[in-house]
Structures are given as C-alpha cells and as structure tokens.
Design a protein around this ligand. Sequence first.
Ligand code: COA
Length: 500
Amino acid sequence: MEEKLQRIKAIELQNRMVTAEEAASWIKDGMTLGLSGFTRAGDAKAIPYALVRRAETEQFKVDVLSGASLGSGVDKLLAEAGIVNKRAPFQAEPAMRKKINEGEMLFVDHHLSQTAEWIRAGVIGPIDFAVIEALSITEDGMIIPTTSVGNSSVFVEHAKNVIIEINLSQPQLFEGIHDIYEPGMQGQRSPIPLTKVDDRIGTIGIPVDPEKVRGIVFTAQEDSPSTILQPDAESKVMAEHLLDFLRKEVASGRLSNRLAPLQSGIGSVANAVLHGLIDSEFDNLEVYSEVLQDAVFDLIDAGKVKFASASSITLSEEKMKKVFGDFGTYRDKLILRPQEITNHPGLIRRLGLISINTALEFDIYGNVNSTHVSGTKMMNGIGGSGDFARNARLSIFVTKSTAKGGSISSVVPFVSHVDHTEHDVDIVVTEQGYADLRGLAPRERVPLIIERCVHPTYREQMRSYYEEALLRGGQTPHVLEKAFSWHNHLAANGTMHLSE
Ligand code: COA
C-alpha cells in the first residue's frame, strides 16, 4: 500500500484507488474509449483485460481510439472478444486485421498526426473514458506517462472521465523524459516553439482536471516486446543502397555527414535499414521519429546518434532488458512527445527530416501502397507514413522487390491502393538498387525504376507493359485494362509471373 500511495503524490487523488473490475464496470455498451498506447508501448492493460473478462458473460461493444497499435495482447484480445465496434487510428495485430477484413469490425485508418485534431474539433467522440497508463501522479496532479505518449494528452483533456492505470513494472527513470505540449484549437494557435530535435517546449506530465479522475488502478504487466525480425541479407543490401544515395547527397553539398534528423517507420525493414548506419561514416546523428525501435539504441550505443525524439519506445525482448535495465545511460538523450508533435507536418518541414518508411508495393511512377494487400485487405494502416512522406526533406520508401518467395512483385504497373502519391515520394529503394525520382517527369521515372528496383525475374514483363503503355501516349502512360493484371493473375494463379 505504501508503494502505491507514493505513486499518487496528489493527495486529493489518493482515495480514488479501485480494482480494474470495478473501473471496467463503468464502461457501457456504445461508449468511446481513448486508450493510451503507441506501437505496442505504454498501453492501457488492466481495464481492457477486465473488459475482455466481462465480455464472457455480457454483450457490449465500444469504439476504441488509441495512439497507434496496442500490444500486450490488448488489440488481439479485444478483437477476439468481439467487443470493438470501431477502431482508430492504427492497428498492427493479425487477429484484429482478420476481423477488419471480414467486415466484423470497422477501422478508420488515419494519419497519426491528425486524430488529435478530430478529437479537439469533436469530429470523433465524445470520449467517455480515457484510460491512461502512468508511472505516477505528481503532487500538482499531472499524469506521468510510461513508454509512450501517443494521443494520451488529448484524450485526457477531452474525455468526460479519466481512469489512470499506474504500472509498477515500468522503469521509474522514465519520469522526466516526456515533453507534453498542447497546441490549442486550430485558428487560435501560436507557432509551436520547437526548432531543434532536443527542444523542450512543454511539461513533464499530462495535466488533468482532478474532478474527471474516476479511478486509479494498479498493474505490473510489462509492455510486450516488438515483433521485428533481425536484419536479413536483403535488408542489409537495401541499407547499403540507401547509404550510397546519402553519400551522393553529401558529395553534392546538400547534406553533411551529420545528415538531417532521421525518421524511420515501423517494421523489420525500416529497422534494418536504419541499423545499416552503424558502420557508416555518418556521425552526430539526430532522430526525430514517431517510434524508436532497436536500431536507434544500437546507434546510440555506437556513439552515432546523439539525441532521439519520438512518441514511443518499442523494443525487442532482448533490447528491452538492456535499455530499460540501464535507462540512466539513455535518458538524457531522449524525449517522448505527443504524436501530433512528433508527426506534425509543419515541424517535419521545419526540421527537414530524412524520412524512411516501408511500402508494401510501389508502381512504375512512384505511387506507394503501404496498407492494402492486393488493394483490398488491410495490413496495418497508414500510421505516420503520410505525415512524414508529404512533408519530409527526403521522402524515402523501401521494400524488398518481391514478397512471398518471389510470387509477388513489390513493384507493379499500378499500385492497387494509393497511400502516398508520386508527388510525395522522392526515393524508392529495393535490394536491387535505388531510384531518385526527384525532378523527374513520369516518363523519366519508369526506365529508372525498372532497371534499378524491379526484380530481374519481373523486368522483362514490366518493360513490355511500359512499351505497350507508351503506344497509348499520355503524360503518365498506362494500359488501364492491364494495370491490375499482375494482381489479378496473382489472385487466380498464386503468382504475378504472367507466364505461369
Ligand atoms: N503484397 C503482399 N504482401 C506483402 C507485400 C506485397 N507487395 N510486401 C510485403 N508483404 C508481406 C510480407 O510477405 C510480410 O508477410 P508475413 O507477415 O506474412 O511474413 C508482411 O507483408 C510484412 O512485410 P515485411 O517485408 O516483413 O515488412 P515490415 O515488417 O517492415 O512491414 C509494412 C512492412 C508495410 C507492412 C509496415 O511497414 C507498415 O505497416 N507500414 C505502414 C505504416 C507506416 O509506414 N508507418 C510508418 C510511420 S512509423
């Protein structure tokens, strides 16, 4: 009890302790929840688990908002229990993906910087309960978040009620690394005073109206580790291509060896590509990203990255043990911010980020599909990739040139779904090479992409598509009736090789 009371320093809130079951019982059918959690870090855990237990004997559904994907089994269990009506703005969970694609659950796939604006403007919500994981509550009543900030501050400000989950297993040294900034209503804002990656512009915790705090529960459940795979041979080759490109930028005088603040997306490929910087000549690097995966900590350990700003820390099991066990070494090199600040279009443009995200597929003109397998089945969501791609100094997309053992070409005549248009994509990289699309007209892009990025087993097929397209003419030549022929062939024959 003593330890619990020490975590609630605001004396007026010390009498709000309840069990997770009791707090979950306040949540009714049809309500909207704002859960803390961003890329499997800092998720609300106790209340979602209690809701899942309740669903064994009671039928209800809720709408669930979060920062991004929820780990610790939360998205999985919520989906399997069938208690989610609508989910936004991101998920990355196979069980939830299945429900979404079967039409049993609604999913609003939304730019991660913009969900806060919808909440402020009342487009979504009202939020009945914000459920926020915390390290502690300060004497002046601020919630100190844990391993992510995400949308937690906007949830707390706009929710009718707040439930705080104090997690005793999260590293206490996290207190002080958060920087909570509230930009205010659109149309009434001052410029956000952030001009450097390590600028602190807000408070170390989330201010909360004590009247709204309905309950405080305690948990000791750890974040679940990330599911990223270690860099493989193809990812390492992609990293080499990216380094070659960056060296050319340095040689041209557009960048120095310090490069520019780096953003790297979720997933194994983006992590592997960032990892490739370790043995490079690039130094004194800064990271301004939405999630910090293993590679950023390897780069800090190697003395390559001097500061990293993000909205969450999502690590593999091994890395989590090392970093959280020795957090004192890292804490003065890190800031965690709300996702609308990490992903803010104006700040991304102001800081001039180099942005590296992963595509499922891209086409011969540089349009990118990050979300929909064969144009219809949701993978994870757009996440922050659109926030960064549209506004970065360099918008880079990486993907292996083939998927599923070569039966799918990740470079296609026409993407089957567009997340990032050709206007927002500067460089595309596969293990075959990279194509710098900047300043190129559509007809200049195609030969470069075919020769540099397409897998050799698909090159001839792509050349013949483009030759036929050229006969039709146009600024962006296509054979529309064949534009999705590769996807159709895959659906019918299990391969994009048209001769098989
Ligand atoms: N068609 C069908 N499936 C494809 C594919 C394609 N063109 N390209 C890749 N895949 C499959 C892979 O086979 C793999 O499947 P598996 O899970 O069954 O093995 C899966 O997609 C993941 O691909 P992988 O190559 O392992 O990449 P990843 O883990 O780096 O994830 C994305 C890639 C695109 C799914 C992921 O980066 C994502 O969701 N991006 C969108 C959100 C985003 O960019 N956020 C960035 C800001 S943080």
